[in-house]
Design a binder for this molecule. Sequence first.
Ligand SMILES: Nc1ncnc2c1ncn2[C@@H]1O[C@H](COP(=O)(O)OP(=O)(O)O)[C@@H](O)[C@H]1O
Ligand SMILES: [Mg+2]
Length: 277
Amino acid sequence: MLTPPQNSHQPVLRLEGVSLGYGDFTVLREISLEVLPGQVVAMMGGSGSGKTTLLRAATGQLVARQGTITLFGQNLAHADRPLLQSLRQRMGVLFQQGALFTDLNVFENVAFPLREHLSLSATQLTERVLEKLNAVGLRAAAHLKVSEISGGMARRVALARAVVLEPELVLYDEPFAGLDPISLGITARLIRSLSDRLGCASVVITHDIAESFAIADHVYLVGQGELKAHGTPATLGASTDPYVQQFLHGHADGPVAFDYPVTPAFEAWLARTGTQA
Ligand SMILES: Nc1ncnc2c1ncn2[C@@H]1O[C@H](COP(=O)(O)OP(=O)(O)O)[C@@H](O)[C@H]1O
Ligand SMILES: [Mg+2]
């Protein structure tokens, strides 16, 4: 299946007025965003705000209810299975809790996508895997079992595996979750340097503000079912928008209330309990 060559200024991923949901539940409405070649884009929002849902839409696993999703210049609504397959081969994904195969060693974990998708000679395969392990600082850990490496190292192996096919776009779903502060900083800098070395675009889904602001070219903030704000880390940091302020500074009260609002149903329930409120 032929796909048009990637123009260096054409977005690798673009969403225009996209609505997403499950059954009769709409998770996100009217989302428009774009990711340019080589950019690191952070997609931020609270837990349950729809970040993983956005990622599923970008890979074509979830169909947009409204709007258009364009991946490598192709409208996903019109992509048949073979085209989707060929587009996905140009994309790396690090899933939330990106698990490694515990019965394979570090080398074989990174080699796995190569064995699946390319027919390289043994020498070429070894070279490619060691080069990617080298990029994450783990060349000399190639022979270790997954049970012999730390959580931070495992995340770096997962990064190497996500980029081993040299994709044009890598999607990272919460790559910092569960890492100690040092591993977290290392992982963030690695995402930036892998993007710069390979020239690939990176979308980092996270709620970690400090690390994503340090590496991102552009930040999108989703909440309450919509895109709340976007811009460079500097513009968002300087924003006086109350929602942006609350998210960035973690205030308990603001546009997102800490207290669940009192409803007539609650008052009726309270009256029935006979409690003096
Ligand atoms: N497969 C699914 N079916 C139904 N609802 C889902 C499904 N996946 C996620 N949701 C709901 O969609 C909302 C957004 O979920 P998700 O995209 O996983 O959020 P995030 O990744 O930002 O934490 C949540 O309310 C979640 O319960
Ligand atoms: Mg998620």
